[in-house]
Every structure is written in C-alpha cells, then in structure tokens.
Ligand binder design. Structure first.
Ligand SMILES: [Zn+2]
Ligand SMILES: [Zn+2]
Length: 322
C-alpha cells in the first residue's frame, strides 16, 4: 500500500515537473523567440493573408469546397508525401547508411510486398470511404461552431496557443480511446488489425479498422479545432503536424533530428505499454512502467547527433528471455 502511494506521489511529481517545464518553456518562448517571429509574421502578415485569399479564390470562394475538398487534398497529400520517403527506404533498402537507425533491424528487412499492398489498400479505404464522409460531417460541425474560412487569418500568438490546446486534447482523447480499444472484450474485433505489425512502418499510422480510424485517428485531432472554433488554415497546419508526427512514430527508424519513435514502436512490440502520444498520461497511469526498465527507454530521446541510439545504448551481450 505504502509502495503504491509512493509510486503515485512519484508519478504526480513527474507529471507536474513535465507540465511546469512545458509551461516555463512556453512562457519563455512567448517572451523571447516568438517576439522575433511575431515581428516576422507581422511584417509579412499581408503576404500570408494574400496567399490565403488566393487559395480561397482557387476553390471558387466556397467555404464548403475549401473545407471539404481542400482538407481532403491537404491531409491526403501530406500523408503520402511523408510516407513516400519512408516507403522508398523500406522497399529499396537504400540508402544503406540509413539502416543504422532501424529500431528492429531484424524485421521488415526486406519489407514483404504483399504486406505493403495490404496496408496501402486499407489506408486508401480509410482515407476515401471513411475520411470523406467524416470531413463532410466535420464541416457541418465547424460551420455550426462558427470556424473561420475565408476571413482574416489568426495572429501568430493565437496559432501557438491553439496548437498547445490541440496537443492537449489529442493526448487525452487518443490515450483513453486507445486504451479502450485494448480492452479484452473488444481488442480482437477492432484494434488487432493495427497490431498485425509488431514492427511498424510509416503507413501503419492509418492502417486500422474503420471504427478505430474514426475514434482514434480522426476524432482526437479534430476535437481541438472544433472546441476552439479555429480558422480552417490553422486546422490544416495542425492536421499536417499530427499526420507527420504519427508517421514518424510508426516509421520504424530513430533518425537524427526527428521526434523519437521508441515509445510507440515499443507499444507495437509489447502491446500493453505506452498508449499515449506524449507519454504524460502513461506516466500518470503507470502504463509505461515496463518500458522504463528497457533499453528502448534509454534510447527514447531526440537524437541530435549522427551516432545511432542503438550504438550509444547497445543491447546487452547476453539477452535474458523475458
Ligand atoms: Zn500504432
Ligand atoms: Zn494499440
């Protein structure tokens, strides 16, 4: 009992530490870095506004076309662009130098073509058959909420604030919907499909049962912009960040200067650890306790040099069976 209480106090302390650090960084950024960026943004404010008006005219000055067709093109385009990069490495095995960064080097090496085709088919199905109707419903909801489309773009500070709120809502909605999908009564019907990949590749980010696609992939990033009544341009920016982030989390390589995918890669390997995106709720609920004992946890940081994390923290010479 005492141990449990101590662990709880310990996890709350760590969460508070993470949150207060984030807050401090945010305030510091607001007071220094963003001041310069605001000047840049302010100086070129007209420029961005004019570009946005061009985009709006391109879609026939129609809110519906910008929100439905535009959102589909932007989100589908950025996803396949980001994944093209990883697919070329996975399929050709080149450039060889990049294989040093593979997290599970013994798997998908080479990547079986039939697995890739299966993933491509499911992703396209989710993007078109599930995604387009979802975007249409989302458009109605955003219209009802009064989200901006053709009008003035928000200020840089406001965009930053909104992005922080979106991240928070995504963490909460994704963590709990993902944990629910792991419930033993429903796991095999829905989420098992996403976990066919014990070593994931970028595309697996959207390789999921259609129900999971709605509740875990589409809803969590959409909640923030809906609640905040965000401008569609801010939402596009956020969807691009979220799609690139989940692609990197699934890509299977721990590359320099990209966010560490170790936590979610470990989730695919072990199933019952690391349900969240940022790890804050995992820390709070103790769903990262096994992960924190591993080599993968030691390697879980933003790599700022060229030496692969697997060389900095090599596997133990004698691997004991777990
Ligand atoms: Zn995953
Ligand atoms: Zn899962």
């Amino acid at each position: 009992m005492v141990v449990i209480r101590q662990e709880l106090v310990d996890s709350i302390k760590k969460v508070l530490f993470i949150l207060s650090t984030c807050l401090l960084v945010f305030v510091a950024a607001r007071n220094s870095i963003t001041w310069h960026l605001q000047r840049f943004w302010g100086a070129s404010g007209d420029f961005w506004q004019r570009q946005w008006e061009n985009v709006y005219v391109l879609f026939g000055s129609s809110d519906a076309l910008v929100c439905i067709v535009g959102t589909f093109i932007i989100t589908t385009g950025i996803f396949w662009l980001a994944n093209a990069f990883f697919m070329i490495i996975d399929l050709t095995g080149k450039p060889v130098a990049l294989f040093r960064y593979k997290i599970q080097p013994e798997k998908n090496n080479p990547l079986p073509k039939e697995d890739l085709y299966k993933a491509v088919k499911q992703v396209l199905y989710n993007q078109v058959v599930i995604g387009i109707p979802f975007i249409c419903v989302a458009y109605q909801a955003m219209k009802w909420r009064g989200c901006g489309v053709g009008g003035e773009l928000p200020t840089f500070h406001w965009v930053l604030l909104e992005l922080s709120v979106f991240t928070l809502f995504e963490e909460i909605v994704f963590y709990y919907s993902h944990r629910l999908l792991h419930h033993r009564a429903i796991y095999k019907y829905i989420h098992k499909r996403h976990h066919e990949w014990t070593a994931s590749i970028g595309l697996v980010a959207l390789y999921a049962h259609p129900i999971e696609h709605i509740f875990s992939n589409l809803l969590p990033p959409f909640i923030g912009p809906l609640l905040m009544g965000s401008h569609i341009a801010t939402s596009w920016m956020w969807f691009c960040i979220a799609l690139i982030s989940t692609t990197v989390a699934h890509c299977g390589y721990h590359f320099p200067f990209l966010p560490s995918p170790e936590a979610h890669d470990y989730h695919h390997l072990k199933f019952n650890q690391n349900y969240g995106v940022m790890g804050v709720l995992d820390r709070l609920h103790g769903t990262d306790d096994l992960f924190r004992e591993t080599k993968a946890y030691q390697r879980h940081f933003l790599l700022l040099g060229m030496t692969p994390v697997s060389q900095q923290y090599p596997d133990s010479p004698k691997k004991k069976a777990e």
